[in-house]
Design a protein. Structure first.
Lengths: 206, 206
């Protein structure tokens, strides 16, 4: 059975929702960031990067959200979570998720994880001050030219949707005014009404 | 016909090599970073992110290296550039490329692109000082637990290889001692002997 390592409030939520939407049989294990469990020897044996998510499969362990989302979509094709028979449409899905991973999530991480890229407290404060602008710019581009509506790719719900929902849940904390992003706000509301999303959020906060 | 927008020395090299390896019919167009052409109205109409690479196809424009590499592999299956019939093996390929995109390339970008995430000159200098450590750590993990050899995924050359080659070409400039990374150095040498790589490098520097 698949097993997802996650931490509440992290980007692992995207994979968690996707497993639920796929109808997969899966277990979850919480990684306690407060006690720095992600850097314990036990966890580093699972994911040497010391991050979540990680997905244990019967073939081995997978990491990296975009790869995991595509894997779940391909492993449960009946759930129709990605356009698996259309290389161009699949690439559009992947490009969206790659943008979230390498640009939007990275911008967000400069708020509290500045020590990944700098050393001085003054740099951390500087980075933190810029987060509303950088995250805001990423979401402005999503609003303007990427989010087709009602779902990211249009009429078909895909693996882009739980990933966008996960990152858009950080907007207020990042100091971005959601009222400037009506399509993103609509998307978040629409996502929050899905039974799979409600079940996963209840599980992660229980 | 496919058309790749690139800039010499950028991560677009990975897609350029992959198009060549795939035997694709493609054209290229150089984007002149020195004159800030990537932020011209003409180019922003192609890629609103103001970055390279961008790939024009008969269905529309694709961006984001991991998505483009998977698209090329899927569009030219006879070139066997990814394990297309094995969702787990494909996810391993994608996880590797996602790590390069969202961690290793991002670490590298803090050397010269600090203005993406901060405002003060002191922060840029601080970020720049840390680049040998952060890029070095990313490549140490690749050397230790990701690069199987002779190719990234083992015996089979995949879309991971031109991407690793592209980023490992930045190591000296990032202040990382390549002698600490013998498997990465071997991989770079092996890549540089491939006719497709030699042709693309000659084209980009001509």
């Amino acid at each position: 059975m698949l097993k997802l390592y996650y931490s509440p409030g992290s980007c692992a939520l995207a994979s968690h929702i996707t497993l639920q939407e796929a109808g997969a049989a899966y277990a979850t294990e919480r990684v306690d960031f407060k006690s720095n469990q992600q850097n314990s020897a036990e966890y580093l044996a699972i994911n040497p990067k010391g991050r979540v998510p990680a997905l244990v499969t019967d073939r081995g362990i997978l990491t990296e959200t975009p790869a995991m989302l595509a894997f779940i979509a391909q492993s449960f094709p009946q759930a129709k979570l990605a356009p698996l028979d259309d290389a161009f449409a699949f690439a559009q899905v992947q490009a969206f998720n790659s943008y979230l991973c390498s640009t939007v999530h990275v911008a967000h991480a400069h708020k509290g994880r500045g020590a990944r890229w700098a050393t001085d407290d003054a740099s951390f404060a500087d980075m933190k001050r810029k987060v509303p602008e950088t995250v805001g710019a990423g979401f402005a581009l999503i609003q303007r030219s990427m989010l087709k509506g009602p779902w990211v790719m249009g009429e078909q719900y895909t693996i882009c949707d739980p990933y966008l929902f996960t990152l858009s849940g950080w907007l207020e904390g990042d100091g971005v005014d959601l009222s400037t992003l009506p399509k993103v706000a609509d998307h978040r509301q629409r996502m929050s009404e899905r039974p799979a999303v409600q079940k996963v959020l209840a599980d992660e906060t229980s």
